[in-house]
Design a protein around this ligand. Sequence first.
Ligand SMILES: CC(C)(COP(=O)(O)OP(=O)(O)OC[C@H]1O[C@@H](n2cnc3c(N)ncnc32)[C@H](O)[C@@H]1OP(=O)(O)O)[C@@H](O)C(=O)NCCC(=O)NCCS
Length: 166
Amino acid sequence: MSVSVKQLSGKIPLALVTIRPARLFDISEIMRIERESFREAYPRGLFLVFLENNPETFLVAEYNGKVIGYVMAYLRPDLEGHIMSIAVDERYRGNGIGSALLTEAINRLIARGARYIGLEVRVSNEKAIKLYERFGFRKVKRIIGYYSDGEDAYYMLLPAEEWRGS
Ligand SMILES: CC(C)(COP(=O)(O)OP(=O)(O)OC[C@H]1O[C@@H](n2cnc3c(N)ncnc32)[C@H](O)[C@@H]1OP(=O)(O)O)[C@@H](O)C(=O)NCCC(=O)NCCS
């Protein structure tokens, strides 16, 4: 009998999930989740450089000693806090982990002076768009052919003064 990924999952209590800064030893697990979540994967070197430059805003979600999600965020010189990538292990989605990662990343970016939070998302990624809209992000621009397979992106923004906090 085959068992689907979804059947292996289940509800996990968010209280047992820790959101913490990523460490060097997390990179392999982060890359596994990234490869399983996206059509285009970043090279390892990019994660290492990102971690070195943004140790406070590259976060992971840990459950039972395992990394099950991550968010990569950074503050740009123009004071836009940018969400570069966010993903949760498929088996653990729908438990509020993506929301918890996003909340902590936004809090940290605003604490560091971000005036607004920005991100790009595939126009077909309805689940993520819905999540961002629930957080108060609005679509401000459609970027034609943003992704290497030709798909467009929405550029979405959340002004810091509209952030409700956690
Ligand atoms: C987008 C993504 C990060 C969201 O992660 P997640 O952990 O599933 O996010 P959440 O659990 O916080 O929210 C997802 C849904 O679960 C629901 N949910 C949240 N907490 C819940 C709980 N305790 N019990 C049941 N459902 C819950 C939310 O209401 C939300 O519902 P919706 O889909 O109807 O809006 C995840 O789907 C993912 O990794 N996708 C692939 C990568 C990707 O597309 N990243 C974004 C690129 S821009």
